[in-house]
Design a protein around this ligand. Structure first.
Ligand code: ADP
Ligand code: MG
Length: 237
């Protein structure tokens, strides 16, 4: 295979909430061009790890590198400008704005060609027919697609998605999987937190399992699914 390059790396990353260590000395990396899935039981620290990467939270200890640059002291907006976009666990769309107006919000921060990017993003997220509708009229699945679209307008190097198919129907889940695959085909790198193993199998080759704030396993999806210790932590035995 060709040489890979590391897009994201964490070094001994740690987050304490009072006496609780949510992320505990994590050394983790994502390679350019991959779709990495991060799985693990509830409370494993997945969302906390994502929020440390975006700068929503600051670490108790450790460092985060993106394209070789130390992000640890950088605020969230500067991290977005360096090429990290995120869709958090629950949708954050502006309910009273139209689909198109929502997509224009992140574009205000850039000098990208708004007309072209809007047309591309509406097409890609299959929301063109709804461009003038208020976001409040969208289904849960459409809101999730809209929020991914908002992140996509910034053309990030790395896209972080926290549970993008939670609460979705089978059809909505398939739409999100094909949206991710198509963005990946165009060169975008992903780190996706997800529980739904059918979905994980569809989009990801390599999976990282987090448990009690630590990396528990990492490997190809087939290996992870067959791993009895992974099954055990999910069952909470
Ligand atoms: P996951 O996303 O894997 O379900 P989280 O990262 O949300 O897990 O949470 C990891 C642990 O940290 C949990 O025990 C959770 O209760 C705790 N936690 C998360 N955020 C906070 C917070 N802001 N304050 C206190 N505890 C928190
Ligand atoms: Mg979470």
């Amino acid at each position: 295979g060709g040489a890979t390059s590391t897009v994201l790396a964490t070094k001994q990353l740690t987050k304490n909430f009072g006496g609780l260590t949510a992320v505990d000395g994590v050394d983790f990396s994502v390679e350019e061009g991959e779709i990495r899935c991060l799985i693990g039981p509830n409370g494993a620290g997945k969302s906390t790890l994502l929020e440390l990467i975006t700068g929503q939270l600051s670490p108790s200890e450790g460092d985060i590198y993106f394209d070789g640059t130390d992000l640890t002291e950088m605020d969230t907006h500067d991290r977005i400008d360096t090429g990290i976009s995120v869709k958090f666990q629950s949708p954050h769309v502006y309910e009273n704005l139209s689909v198109e107006e929502n997509l224009r919000v992140p574009l205000q921060r850039t000098d990208r060609d708004t007309g072209r990017v809007l047309a591309e993003t509406l097409d890609r997220t299959a929301l063109a027919a709804k461009r003038e509708e208020p976001a409040s009229d969208l289904s849960h699945g459409e809101k999730q697609r809209l929020e991914i679209g908002m992140a996509v307008t910034l053309d990030p190097t790395l896209m972080l998605l926290d549970e993008p198919v939670a609460g979705m129907s089978v059809d909505e889940t398939a739409d999100i999987a094909s949206l991710i695959r198509s963005l990946h085909d165009d060169g975008m790198t992903f780190l996706v937190v997800e529980h739904d193993m059918d979905f994980v199998r569809r989009i990801s080759d390599r999976v990282t399992v987090l448990n009690q704030g630590e990396i528990f396993r990492e490997g190809p999806i087939e290996e992870i699914e067959a791993d009895e210790d992974v099954r055990r932590i999910y069952l909470g035995e």
